[in-house]
Structure formats: C-alpha cells, structure tokens
Design a protein. Sequence first.
Length: 438
Amino acid sequence: MNTQPHDTPRPEEYVRPHSYPSQLKITDLRTATVGWGGWRFPIIRIDTNQGLSGYGEVRDGASKKYALMLKSRLLGENPCHVDKLFRKIKQFGHHGRQGGGVCAVEMALMDLAGKAYNVPAYMLAGGQFRDRIRMYCDTPDEPTGEAMGRKLKERLERGFTLLKMDVGIESLLGVKGALSWPQGVLPGDPAAKQDGRDIRHLMHPFTHVRLTQKGIELLVEHVAQVRAIVGDEVPIAVDHFGHIGLDDCLRLGQALERFNLAWLEDMVPWQYTEQWQQLERALHTPVCTGEDIYLKEGFMPLLQARAVNVIHPDLATSGGILETKKIGDLAQEYGISMALHMAGTPISTMASVHCAAATENFIALEHHFTDIPFWNDFIDGLPKPIIQNGFIPVPDTPGLGFTVNEEAIQAHLVPDDPGFFEPTPEWDDAQSWDRLWS
C-alpha cells in the first residue's frame, strides 16, 4: 500500500532523463574559427548519437588542427568518461599553444558530461567553493602613465577590483639612452634582417638587451603616474616586461617595490626554475608565471622549489578543467595561490569559471576584451553582460552553462577560415600506433 501523500513527488520524478549517459557516443568533431583585430579563436563542437553537443575552444592563436587530429581517437567513445579520454589524448598536447587541442576537447567533454547528467561542470570537478568569480581586467598599452591611469580608473568604475597593465621595454623603443642592446635584436634595427635575430624569437637570457638607469627611471615614473590616479589600495599586477635577462629583472623589480604591486608576471621564461627562485628570494613583490605550462607535471619544479608566489595557468593550455583544478590543489599544498590567465571568447572563459568555482586557492580570472562590444554575444543563457560589476556569477545550469549563439559566431568568422561546423570526415581515421611503452 502506498502511504505517500499524493502531492509528494515520487523519487523517479526527481530524475530528468535528458539523455542516457551510459549509451552516449561521440559521432563527430567540428570547428568554427572566430576572430577580430588579429586574434583568432578556433571553437570546437563535439556531437553525439543522442543529439547532445559540447563546446570547447582551442587557445587563442593556435591551430584548429590541434583539436581535429584528436577526432579519430574520440569517435565512438562515451564523452562522460572524461578522465579516461583525457589520459588517451594528453600525449598529443604540449606547452604553449600546442596544448590547445587537448584542452578544447576536455572543455567539450565536461560540457557534454554535465549536460548528460544534468549538473554544472563544477560539480564534476568536485563541487563549489564560490558562487561568483572575481575577474581581473588586463588593459592594453597606453602611451603614458597618466593615460594608463585614466584607463584603469575607468575599469574600477565598471566594478573590477583587480587590474593588470604592461610595464616593459616596448615603451622604451626609440627613447634615446633608455636601453642598450646588440645591434639587430630590437624591432626596427637595420641589422635585424641581416643576421636573422629578433627579440621576439629569443628567450630572455639570450637577447642581452639591458635597461639603463634612465630606462628604469622612466618605467618607475610610468607606474608612479598610474598610482597617482588610481590610488594605492587597488591591486595592480604587471606583465610584459620584455625579453630582458635576470639581472635587469631584479633591478627593475626592486625599483618597483614601493608601488605594492599585486604580482610581477613572466619576468623570465617559466622553464628556468632557478632564475624564478632567485627572483622570489630577492624581491618583496609576489612573482607569477604559468600561462604556457602544460599539465601538473609542468608546474611541479616551480612548486617544489617554491620559486613563485602565484601560479597562473591558462586552462586552454594547462589541461582543461579537471587538470587545472588538480594544479590549483597541488599549489595549495605548497602555500601558493592560483590566478587564471585567459584571453579567449566567453566559451573558454566559462570553462575557466567552472574550474575557478571548484578550486579553493583561486584568486581571480583574467579578462582581456573589456573594450570589445560584441564579446558577450557569442553565448546565451546567462545574464548579460556576462561580467557583472567585476564578477561572473557561476551558472547552475548543465555543463558549461550556456547555449551558443550561432548567428554571432557566423558574424565573426575569420575571413581565411569561414567554415561553420561542417562535418570533418577527413579526420575520422588515423593510421598511428600511439602507445608510449614497449
């Protein structure tokens, strides 16, 4: 006899069978590349036999082929087996943009798994530490510190509570007496085409570009002008110092210490753990790196040496949502916090939001496109604007929490790659023995 009141839902009524997860299979992987102002962002869509699709994004500037080459390893697989599939494909990623394909796929798998189980992606990553994500606003170069200060003050008025700007040698190019360098390594040098050297393609220790005392004083004055306008209380991180060596990084870092900056980012290449250790020990401003590091193993040397104060993964390089959450947890064990680098569309941004929601030692997520009016248009199903008073509310809708606005994507396809999620049968088969052991 059923003694349950008629108005009490039965257990099966709580279940919303949007799909049958155990029978879900991947049937296709398709792409569409959007872009503006020299930026390009390949968006991927993974389709299934039950009509569900998941979306991910290859990191800015990377090739869509990094994702398409993985299709043959995914067809027929159940996308809910996220960890299994990630372990299968992660050998095809690497540091920098070369991690973009693996990470785009992982985002799409998490989107699909969340939709299949009708839960937000952060639930699949262990649950929620916060219900809104602090955004920090990166701001392009301005010619003077006063102009940068006014621009940053405008960001504060929009609700951002953490800012970032560039302070580097690029602003000193052409300023007499600010730099010394071997002829040919700086852009515009007459000798650059003769010997093939270019600072943009040389790691920092190998350029031998030096800051003069005048150059350091000009950069210090730039930051002083910014602080005079925005005040001393708002955290301001600093990036893009230029390809200068460790000694000049130390000189500049010490000269900037009176401005109480949030962190000094990517002063030297991330690979040089001992140089980062020297920076961390010598400076009293936090140092930060990590946007080009792939997988938690890549972060281990820096963490074990306690060579940074902040790690800064880009989820579109570091391994996607689950791997980046593991990276954050690992850093927490060493007493190191995690910010997230991001220069992408709302698709990769929302993947980062779910990772940030699930990671306890998270600080803030970067936003690079405050001045792009159509940035919000690529996805729907969320409050608009996506960033509200400096924060993104964490959605509780399934998967990554949005629907794609196909019209907006079509409106911003890059001219040299106008395809819009066409079938990709040419990537169905791979004649390859992928095993890494004998």
